[in-house]
Design a protein around this ligand. Structure first.
Ligand SMILES: Nc1ncnc2c1ncn2[C@@H]1O[C@H](COP(=O)(O)OP(=O)(O)OP(=O)(O)O)[C@@H](O)[C@H]1O
Length: 306
């Protein structure tokens, strides 16, 4: 298990992270979310041992993760880290990059493993292409395959699919996270994308103002967002008294109610429209199957079924 106990860290005098504690079990999938600059990447780097802590401790099982003041070479065999900038060998092929950490002692085994990894990240067709010729998204997939090549016990991913286009993202995300679960590899993922979290994470932590402000399952945080920051991560939302935080899909148009609003704009969103309206002099957002003409009066009802 990963045990993070009361860690503090700052690049200068001011703390970037304060009083951070959480655990991650073997094979567990934890997401870290928070606004840009909230310290997600910094936390991932601390878990890898890239910096020295100001206070607190990090253990994976019985091994303490220590920073450069204690280690000549940063990192540990059982932990892999895929940064936002990938560390690849540009002048060798995709297959060579992926196989770089694998032993040459059993060439057939090595080839089999490389083929398996190429399949997980859907790069079989580019096996013999030099990495310098790849797109950003393809390079990101090589970095992911390299990180799992030697079966780490824990993998740290910083925005792992940010360069990958939507055509590939959905299937890649499913096959990659499924692979980690099957192999019982714990993973910690810093992300801005709810689609990295909701279908896959066992738990998620929310960073704000240098601290962990929530640590719970995605289901609990989605169904009961305690703060606007958490609600905004998942979807468009409103604050309507006496209901509190209400997602746009939790508002319906009804024949009559005491929530009388005037429509100002309809945004096409594929399977629904996002409607912007004015309710008691405040903006309200709700989802509707059709567009609605501007200045139409509608009556709204809050339906919180979660
Ligand atoms: N090497 C560094 N030296 C000094 N300050 C840094 C360094 N790296 C990050 N910071 C600062 O630490 C804070 C947290 O940055 P960090 O990159 O961890 O945030 P983040 O949540 O990962 O952001 P994003 O979502 O934009 O990637 C920011 O204020 C940033 O400017």
């Amino acid at each position: 298990m990963l045990q993070v106990k009361n860690i503090w860290f700052g690049y200068g005098n001011k703390p970037t992270l304060k009083n951070i504690s959480f655990n991650v079990a073997a094979g567990e999938h934890l997401s870290i979310i928070g606004e840009s600059g909230s310290g997600k990447s910094t936390l991932i780097k601390l878990l890898y041992g890239e910096y020295d802590l100001n206070q607190g401790s990090i253990f994976w099982k019985n091994t303490q993760i220590l920073g450069p003041a204690y280690n000549l070479v940063i990192g540990y065999d059982f932990i892999k880290y895929v940064a936002q900038e990938f560390d690849l060998m540009p002048f060798t092929t995709v297959a060579e990059n992926i196989g770089d950490f694998l032993s040459n002692f059993y060439p057939e085994e090595k080839q089999k493993r490389v083929n398996e990894l190429l399949k997980v990240v859907e790069l079989t067709h580019l096996a013999n292409t030099k990495v310098k010729l790849l797109s950003g998204g393809q390079k990101q997939r090589v970095a992911l395959a390299r990180a799992i090549a030697k079966q780490p016990e824990i993998i740290l991913l910083d925005e792992p699919f940010s360069h990958i286009d939507n055509f590939k993202k959905q299937t890649l995300r499913r096959s990659f996270f499924k692979y980690l679960k099957e192999q019982n590899i714990a993973c910690i993922v810093a992300t801005h994308d709810k689609n990295d979290v909701l279908p896959f994470a066992d738990n998620m932590i929310v960073l704000s103002n240098n601290e962990v402000v929530a640590n719970n399952t995605p289901q609990n945080l989605y169904n009961n967002p305690k703060t606007p920051l958490i609600a905004s991560f998942f979807d468009e939302f409103n604050h309507i008294e006496p209901f509190g935080l209400v997602y746009a899909h939790q508002i319906k148009i009804v024949e009559h109610s005491n929530l009388k609003a005037t429509v100002k704009h309809s945004y096409y969103n594929g399977n629904h429209y996002l409607i912007e309206a004015i309710l008691n002099d405040k903006l309200v957002l709700f989802k509707h199957e059709n567009s609605i003409e501007n200045d139409t009066t509608v009556y709204l009802k809050v339906v919180k079924l979660n």
